[in-house]
Design a protein. Structure first.
Length: 205
């Protein structure tokens, strides 16, 4: 039985919130009622921040991380080690690894992993720009920090094959991150140790 709401405007706002991941109708109702209790300036600030985010956010020209400028703060930081590039699936993984404070190199955000079942092939993610970075810069090591799922391992293998002729070290997270785990659900200490104790990638799935 569908929930009945006293206002079509209320229902419309609830429907929009339920489009967010992990937000059910009860949580959406709580959000909307909370906003209704706020003054108009607060609600306008909330809405405008989302509109500005969508309109003005940039993607780093080097690593594809989100940024306020054409080159992100990590890539433009002279104190980072530009000879090491950590390859991750998404922007959230960058933030997770940064929270460990155990990595001082640069990143490369693929924007996904190879998944034939979902129609995602190598050309649908940022692999080609990674190959260009390695070929055109003095990069000594590429760390494959993708989730230890079948899709992540398939992507690792594909990247390895593309880079194996380059004179660089290719490593992966140590198995402190369990097989089948996504980085999002790995605690900071375990992930930090997995980065520090990374191992040579053996080119196998």
């Amino acid at each position: 039985m569908n929930q009945q709401y006293p206002s079509k405007l209320l229902e419309r706002a609830i429907n929009e919130f339920t489009k967010l991941p992990g937000v059910g109708r009860k949580t959406a109702l709580r959000f909307v009622l909370h906003l209704l209790r706020q003054d108009i300036d607060s609600v306008e600030s909330f809405g405008n921040s989302l509109i500005q985010l969508k309109n003005d956010i940039k993607y780093c020209q080097i690593c594809h991380n989100i940024s306020d400028t054409d080159v992100c703060q990590i890539c433009s930081n002279p104190n980072r080690d530009s000879s090491i590039v950590c390859v991750v699936e998404n922007i959230r993984d960058v933030m997770i690894i940064e929270s460990t404070q155990q990595f001082r190199g640069l990143y490369h955000v693929l924007g996904g992993v190879i998944s034939p079942m979902d129609g995602i092939g190598p050309n649908n993610i940022k692999i080609n720009s990674l190959i260009e970075r390695v070929n055109n810069n003095e990069i000594k090591e590429v760390i494959l920090a993708l989730s230890t799922t079948m899709e992540g391992d398939t992507t690792n293998f594909f990247i390895y094959r593309k880079l194996e002729s380059a004179n660089i070290k290719i490593s992966t997270l140590s198995r402190g991150v369990s097989i089948g785990d996504e980085l999002e659900y790995t605690d900071e200490i375990t992930l930090g140790r997995s980065i520090v104790n990374r191992t040579q990638f053996n080119g196998q799935i």
